[in-house]
Write a protein that binds this ligand. Structure first.
Ligand code: ADP
Length: 196
């Protein structure tokens, strides 16, 4: 199995790249943001619990997020693995993901690829996306900046977890979408060779 973690701040292009990788490797994308939005839209109990966090641009508590991810993986094992988009976002989630993959599938994260993009580019991309995405958290600059702050205060330190495992690679997330996809594929292919 190939278990890719796509890492990076909001607006760095994780979702865009996940779609290409999903096709290329036949590994479903698991986006915790999309799962939360599905629950918001359908007004589930989970949706009601997380709305206030998401509206503010704050991270949802780890326990709720990890439970949702674990439930999603219980829906049926993907034979080729997964692309994790937006999870883990805290060190506790990274530890949980290792444990979940080991316990459910006897597997581990193959590699974590971090998309690096300058903050002001992120803000501009998200405001632009907000014009068409229908996402309320993309419209308000204050919420966008709060999401980026959450990234630097809570998420960026997850790098340490993967660096310690030799599973951290950074790539420049600014440039042609196709070129970024090519760089991602090169990193993933190399990690697959190393794993064998
Ligand atoms: P973006 O990367 O553009 O911020 P996402 O769609 O990944 O967007 O996430 C949207 C929101 O969903 C986040 O601001 C946060 O409230 C919540 N969320 C998503 N994934 C996680 C996670 N792993 N841990 C905590 N909260 C999360």
């Amino acid at each position: 199995m190939l278990n890719i973690v796509l890492f990076g701040p909001p607006g760095s292009g994780k979702g865009t790249q996940a779609k290409f990788l999903e096709q290329k490797y036949q590994t479903p994308q698991i986006s915790t943001g999309d799962l939360f939005r599905y629950n918001l839209k359908n007004e589930t109990d989970l949706g009601k619990k997380v709305r206030a966090y998401m509206d503010k641009g704050s991270l949802v508590p780890d326990e709720i997020t990890t439970q949702m991810l674990s439930d999603e993986l219980d829906k049926g094992k993907s034979p080729n693995g997964y692309i994790f988009d937006g999870y883990p976002r805290t060190t506790s989630q990274a530890v949980a993901l290792d444990k979940i993959l080991a316990e459910k599938f006897n597997e581990e994260v193959t590699v974590t690829v971090a998309l690096v993009v300058d903050d002001e580019v992120l803000v501009q991309r998200l405001l632009e996306r907000g014009k068409t995405s229908g996402r309320s958290d993309d419209v308000n600059e204050e919420v966008i900046r709060h999401r980026i702050t959450e990234y630097y205060t809570k998420t960026a330190k997850v790098a340490k977890h993967y660096k310690a495992q030799g599973k951290w690679v950074e790539i420049n997330g600014v440039g042609d979408i196709d070129e970024i996809t090519e760089k991602l594929i090169a990193v993933i292919n190399e990690a697959m060779i190393k794993e064998d």
